[in-house]
Design a binder for this molecule. Structure first.
Ligand code: PMP
Length: 466
């Protein structure tokens, strides 16, 4: 059914303007030239509408971010009221504003352990950059300035600035075209249990990963390592959950060797896994810093935050008249963004959206499990409202389908034609719907995705690929 929002827009003109003038994140030039963009003009609850009036259930939640759902009037009103009252304020050195101060106190209340301090930034990538600068600052302030290396994992995603790109290292990110920042980041193996070495148990895989970290520390020298950065569950690198006890053991090694543990919770924080923060409540660790963005404002406005510990703060703020934290963005602590975040958190608490994500997320996990029987489904994994399906040619050997099949895009296109958006990444389709999703909507998501996969299987057979 066509939605009336489409009537107010000139779909062809918008498509053309975008086609002629925009370079999108991760644009694939050949297909973009032919297909252009899907022009979204309206959002409401879990749904978005395109310029032609077609309505879709947004199984991606924007970009893992519209946690509270689209079209929240009270967030829009908060935004307008705050813009009228104070649209911007300087945040440098010793000037603050009411929403930024209140939000910092709220984040300290919600975050685990002694994470009681906040640095504001404007995007996930800027939060990653900030956290690494803060780690270097901390190490230098405690007299360990030689600690400069950052330890990360392959197949992680930590943003698109040059530092974020250097820290992350995903398959297929076309690294040959870019110049990685040299001599700064060391990558460990990806905690990707589905693709662990043949015959290795998950427990042995965990040992392997932890031993690799220990060996790397010995090789580089703990006195040269500033921090370890990790997504508790790798998101766009394949929605991988860590093997048993991996994160607590990595945390232990960090503590033992004076390495800061930075948890990149840009996707996992604010309810997606059923809790405000996943580090402690899902994975049992207390990091030295947690990075958050996306769900912090449910995507209504850009804002990110690095939440860090008393321990780090005591060191960096120790008395010294010559020391300044020479870092900061013009839009740090933006009053409108912080007011939106406070309202968003109020909604998540009032409507118990973490509880809904837990209940309906468990149902999504269970129902998606049905897809395991389909011929090209190698793995269904994730937790609650952060899930993915990985496609393979051979379920036994886990051999991938040829790239030329464009399998995840083929399936996401078929979903789109039936009113569902899922996110194709490499050989996976990813789901991260708003936390307001219902069981009935989950049924629609799983049934539609299933039909799209069955259709792709028939096509691949007809093409002689499987
Ligand atoms: N870290 C993680 C885990 C992410 O998923 C992302 C974005 N998808 C980022 C960092 C970067 O955030 P942004 O796109 O807001 O810069």
């Amino acid at each position: 059914m066509l939605h009336q929002a489409g009537n107010r827009f000139n779909a062809q003109e918008l498509w053309q303007q975008d086609h002629d003038h925009v370079l999108h994140p991760y644009q694939h030039f050949d297909s973009f030239k032919k297909e252009g963009s899907l022009v979204i003009v309206e959002g409401d609850g879990c749904y978005v509408t395109d310029a032609q009036g077609r309505r879709y259930l947004d199984g991606i939640g924007g970009m893992w971010c519209v946690n509270a759902g689209y079209g929240r009037k009270e967030i829009a009103e908060t935004m307008a009221e705050q813009a009228l009252q104070l649209c911007y304020s300087n945040f440098f050195v010793d000037v603050t504003n009411a929403p930024a101060a209140r939000l910092a106190a709220k984040l300290a209340e919600l975050a685990p352990g002694d994470l009681n301090h906040v640095v504001y930034a404007t995007s996930g990538s800027c939060a990653v950059d900030t956290a690494i600068r803060l780690a270097h600052f901390y190490q230098s302030r405690r007299g360990q300035g030689s600690r400069r290396y950052v330890i990360s994992r392959k197949n992680s995603y930590h943003g698109s600035t040059y530092l974020g790109m250097t820290v992350g290292l995903r398959d297929g990110d076309q690294s040959q075209h870019f110049k990685y920042i040299p001599d700064l980041v060391h990558h460990l193996s990806a905690p990707y249990p589905y693709r662990r070495p043949e015959g290795m148990t998950p427990e042995a895989f965990s040992d392997f990963l932890v031993n690799e970290f220990e060996d790397r520390i010995a090789e580089l020298g703990a006195e040269n390592i500033a921090c370890f950065i990790a997504e508790p569950a790798q998101a766009s690198g394949g929605v991988t959950l860590p093997p048993p006890n991996y994160l607590p053991r990595m945390r232990e090694l960090c503590t033992k060797h004076g390495i800061l543990f930075i948890a990149d919770e840009i996707v996992t924080a604010f309810g997606r896994l059923g809790h405000f923060f996943a580090s402690k409540d899902v994975f049992g660790i207390e990091p030295d810093m947690i990075l958050t963005a996306k769900g912090l404002t449910s995507g209504y406005i850009p804002l990110s935050a690095v939440i860090y510990s008393d321990k780090v703060h005591e060191v960096i703020s120790a008395p010294d008249p010559d020391v300044w934290f020479t870092h900061g963005y013009t839009y740090a602590g933006h009053p409108v963004a912080c007011a939106v975040a406070l309202k968003n958190i109020e909604i998540i608490e009032r409507e118990d959206l973490c509880g809904n994500a837990a209940r309906v997320g468990d149902y999504l996990e269970k129902r998606l499990g049905e897809l395991r029987d389909l011929e090209i489904v190698g793995d269904v994994r994730g937790r609650r409202l952060m899930m993915c399906v990985e496609y393979v040619r051979d379920k036994k050997t886990r051999e991938r389908l040829p790239d030329s099949c464009n399998i995840s895009k083929r399936i996401s296109n078929a979903c789109e034609a039936e009113g569902l958006l899922v996110r194709p990444i490499g050989h996976l389709d990813v789901l991260s719907p708003p936390l307001t999703i219902t069981r009935e909507q989950v049924d629609f998501v799983v049934d539609t995705l299933k039909r799209a996969i069955v259709k792709a299987v028939a096509e691949l057979k007809a093409e002689g690929v499987i």
